[in-house]
Design a protein around this ligand. Structure first.
Ligand code: GLN
Length: 192
């Protein structure tokens, strides 16, 4: 099985290694033809504004939007979550995401105090907590009906969603590929 990793900008290599650890081949996606024959897709972290500009200049917007509309398995981490989100707050004015995942995210939504941090992510249906690595992470501020919250940051009585799934679209605000926790890549492959 071949899983594509959008390789325009961001932490592509870490996702390739995670995919190899779960036993599938990774292919870098840079032009539309690269999508042929892949079974699932990873949208890595990086800078969503840059990635979106490069998606447009690489003629990838239409095929990626079609991929998502067909409900093909896709994992978006951090900036990748911004790409998948139906609604984005604090994006650049000309920033238009791909959409498909029924959430509102706020770019860099944890603010200056929590620019980058590590915190446990509670994900009871997936087993033990994730070691969540958050780097200028988007904040999920609204979750539509039909989008399931799989993982949250717990603080006192409040639970902040940071890992969501809608159909075969998985979005997470943290970087599982950096903590070498392969459960989400495994789950992506399981959705094929
Ligand atoms: N803040 C970045 C963005 O909005 C995401 C950061 C990341 O992917 N680590 O695109």
């Amino acid at each position: 099985m071949i899983v594509g990793v959008l390789a325009l900008q961001g932490d592509v290599a870490e996702h390739e290694r995670a995919l190899e650890r779960v036993g599938v081949s990774a292919r870098r996606i840079r032009v539309p033809a690269d999508l042929e024959g892949i079974s699932a897709l990873v949208l890595p972290g990086g800078e969503s504004t840059t990635i979106l500009m490069m998606i447009d200049s690489s003629d990838l917007r239409a095929p990626l939007t079609a991929w998502i509309a067909e409900g093909r398995p896709t994992l978006g981490t951090c900036a990748g979550l911004v790409l998948l989100a139906d609604r984005v707050i604090d994006g650049r004015s000309d920033q238009v995401s791909l959409g498909g995942l029924g959430v509102t995210v706020q770019r860099n939504g944890f603010g200056r105090q929590r620019f980058s941090f590590e915190a446990p992510v509670s994900a009871p249906t997936l087993g033990a907590d994730f070691d969540g690595v958050f780097i200028r992470a988007p904040r999920i501020i609204d979750v539509d009906a039909g989008t399931e919250v799989l993982g949250s940051l717990l603080e006192g009585d409040s639970a902040e969603p940071v890992l969501v799934q809608r159909g075969a679209l998985l979005g997470c605000a943290f970087h599982p590929e950096l903590s070498r926790d392969d459960r989400l890549h495994q789950r992506l492959v399981g959705l094929v």
